[in-house]
Design a protein around this ligand. Structure first.
Ligand code: TXA
Ligand code: MG
Length: 337
């Protein structure tokens, strides 16, 4: 299959729409990461997503909508708190889980009786969904297990020959996927995956519990609230490690590494390293780190690094999302210095 790349301009909306209407997959830009989109109400279209990504069948997809009316068509019950959050954070990086209506095929939701929904904050994508009139199921547009794509060229690397069209909307603003929440009651919600709408922001509206799966390794036999938690994720080919310590100790540790290895370091930017260590852009603030994490990890593979060391992010605000992704790319290996 030939994979076409078109810019996110109005004139290209029709091409994307035609493919989606006919049950094909189109990669779309969002403010978080690129998504691999298809008609979420069409079983054969949804199956193509799982196939292109090599995604386990039990890992449910997020439905992307363009209006609250569309939410009402797919969610069997919408708690009042969800409407308040939608009012504040949609369109934006917040995914909410609802009991599903029968119109959504079980394949879309990995066999669960709930559905994850979000309204993405991207002008082209919102108007494409509106034109389609059906919700777009869209997981991140990477091959399962690899870092999520934050630029159209990353999608092309993973999906070339597997999908007919990629819409190039430039680099994604947030760089990590949306916050995923579920409602425990009308006052309490649980964060299953941290993202751009932070725990601190959500606490203004409800009591917030952060699920253990966010920062802890999950036993493969345990039933988790969000199937995505238990899979290996976001990993480049190189071995990734997290470093927790002072700049001084990090420099000492890295300069002691085997000089025959190709080593990459993602630091805050104030460390000066020499020798065989390649420094890869990461950032000082949590927002910068989120934006650069996945593209940095992909760059390490391009440079054919053997080992990648990443400086520990902060565990609050957007930093919690960075740390959650990083723990998974590093297989939970943290080196205390
Ligand atoms: O920012 C994002 O959310 C991006 C863009 C494309 O919108 N999408 C994304 O999708 O990250 P994906 O499939 O890579 O991650 C969806 C996560 C998975 O961890 C999945 O297990 C969880 O959401 N999820 C989906 N439906 C769920 C449900 N009904 N209950 C619990 N978890 C669910
Ligand atoms: Mg993903």
């Amino acid at each position: 299959m030939n994979t076409l790349v078109l810019s996110a301009e109005d004139k290209n909306k029709e091409s994307a729409y035609e493919l989606l209407k006919n049950g094909e997959i189109v990669a779309i830009p969002t403010e978080t990461v690129y998504g691999l989109a298809a008609n979420g109400l069409n079983v054969s279209a949804v199956k193509k997503i799982f196939e292109a990504k090599g995604r386990p069948q039990d890992n449910p997809l997020i439905l992307h909508i363009s209006s609250i009316d569309m939410l009402k068509e797919i969610a069997a019950y919408i708690p009042p708190i969800a409407l308040r959050l939608a009012d504040t954070f949609w369109p934006g990086p917040l995914t909410m889980i609802f009991p599903k209506r029968a119109v959504i095929p079980s394949e879309t939701c990995g066999g669960l009786d709930t559905v994850a929904v979000r309204m993405p904050n991207n002008r082209f994508t919102l108007s494409l969904i509106e034109k389609c009139g059906f919700p777009l199921a869209a997981p991140s547009a990477n091959t399962s297990g690899l870092p999520s794509p934050t630029a159209a060229k990353h999608v092309y690397e993973d999906m070339k020959g597997k999908i007919p069209l990629i819409i190039d909307g430039g680099e994604c603003k947030f760089g990590v996927e949306s916050t995923v929440i579920t409602f425990e009651n009308d006052e309490r919600l649980r964060i299953l995956r941290p993202g751009g709408v932070t725990a601190e922001m959500l606490r203004e509206y409800a009591n917030v519990v952060i699920d253990d799966g966010v920062l802890m390794k999950i036993d493969p036999d345990i039933k988790v609230l969000s199937p995505g938690m238990k899979y290996k994720h976001y990993s480049p080919k190189a071995d990734v490690f997290i470093l927790n310590g002072s700049t001084e100790n990090i420099i000492a540790f890295l300069s002691d590494r085997d000089s025959s290895l190709k080593i990459a370091y993602l630091g805050y930017g104030n460390e000066s390293l020499g020798g065989n260590i390649i420094t890869v852009p990461y950032g000082e603030t949590s927002e910068e780190q989120a934006e650069h994490l996945f593209s940095g990890l992909r760059m390490c593979d391009e440079l054919e690094c053997d080992e990648v060391y990443v400086r520990m992010p902060e565990k609050k605000g957007m930093g919690l999302a960075v740390y959650n992704r990083l723990l998974r790319s590093a297989g939970f290996r943290v080196i205390e210095l």
